[in-house]
Design a protein around this ligand. Structure first.
Ligand code: HEC
Ligand code: HEC
Ligand code: HEC
Ligand code: HEC
Length: 154
């Protein structure tokens, strides 16, 4: 008999601890809209975008923009090669793009950056322009010696 009581007390204590812990750990807005924290929506909508849109570059970099908009790379956004750049768009003096260019600065050289897309590989569709490293090789060669990255077949 005594043992049964003990087990029952232990069980009740367990249930009480569960509800006490639940009250402490479940965030206030949990469950308001579903099985998640409703406040998280407000927090997420407050996050500012980090992406500088292509059209935003036009105001200050007309040359590059115009070349790009008629060139074969027009399907590739400025961001793909230059990084997110929102901070640069809003404050170009303070955020000189140089430090923040994620794209080609992340590679040892512009050549290796270009090759990251254009290196020949049998896994790529045939229509995709591909070259081997032998292409265009010469003294002090560099892809941008012959191709403008903004309008590569000019
Ligand atoms: C409000 C004007 C402004 C806007 C908008 C702007 N830039 Fe710039 N950008 C500058 C200035 C000023 C410099 C530094 C001076 C320079 O080298 O021309 C610069 C420098 C750069 C450079 C480095 C140039 C170098 O010589 O190293 C790159 C790359 C660049 N911007 C890309 C972009 C891209 C991509 C966008 C759009 C997402 C953009 N910028 C939007 C004003 C702007
Ligand atoms: C395919 C990749 C690619 C795309 C897309 C691209 N750029 Fe560039 N951009 C480069 C590279 C690589 C350089 C550096 C060229 C060099 O140093 O010879 C460069 C240089 C620049 C510079 C510095 C020019 C200078 O003479 O110093 C600016 C400004 C710039 N880009 C703006 C833009 C803008 C604006 C867009 C979108 C409209 C854009 N780029 C799209 C690869 C790209
Ligand atoms: C993010 C991937 C990417 C990067 C990085 C890139 N390219 Fe391209 N490039 C493309 C795509 C995609 C095309 C084909 C676009 C189309 O015409 O549909 C293309 C087209 C070209 C063409 C035209 C090919 C033809 O068929 O005539 C040349 C030349 C070229 N790129 C050179 C370069 C050079 C030089 C660089 C480095 C400054 C570079 N690309 C960086 C994706 C890239
Ligand atoms: C000495 C000048 C020169 C250099 C350097 C050079 N290219 Fe070219 N590239 C050309 C010429 C000219 C063409 C067009 C004729 C051809 O297809 O051979 C071309 C064509 C291309 C094409 C289209 C190929 C196809 O069959 O669709 C791509 C992609 C390309 N180049 C990328 C690059 C990349 C990436 C680099 C750097 C690794 C580079 N080029 C360096 C001159 C050069």
């Amino acid at each position: 008999m005594k043992v049964t009581w003990r087990i029952l007390l232990l069980y009740i204590a367990g249930v009480l601890i569960f509800f006490a812990a639940r009250a402490v750990f479940v965030p206030p807005s949990f469950g308001e809209l579903g099985h998640y924290r409703a406040d998280s929506i407000k927090e997420i909508t407050k996050i500012q975008t980090k992406i500088g849109e292509n059209f935003e570059c036009f105001n200050c970099h007309v040359n590059e923009y115009v070349l790009w908009s008629v060139g074969r790379h027009k399907g590739i956004s400025c961001m793909s090669c230059h990084g997110l750049l929102k901070a640069h768009v809003e404050n170009p003096e303070e955020h000189e793009a140089k430090d923040e260019i994620l794209g080609y600065n992340a590679y040892p050289s512009i050549t290796e950056f270009c090759m990251s897309c254009h290196a020949k590989s049998s896994s790529k569709p045939k229509e995709f322009p591909q070259i081997t490293i032998e292409h265009g090789r010469g003294e002090n060669w560099n892809c941008t010696k012959c191709h403008d990255p903004h309008d590569p077949v000019r």
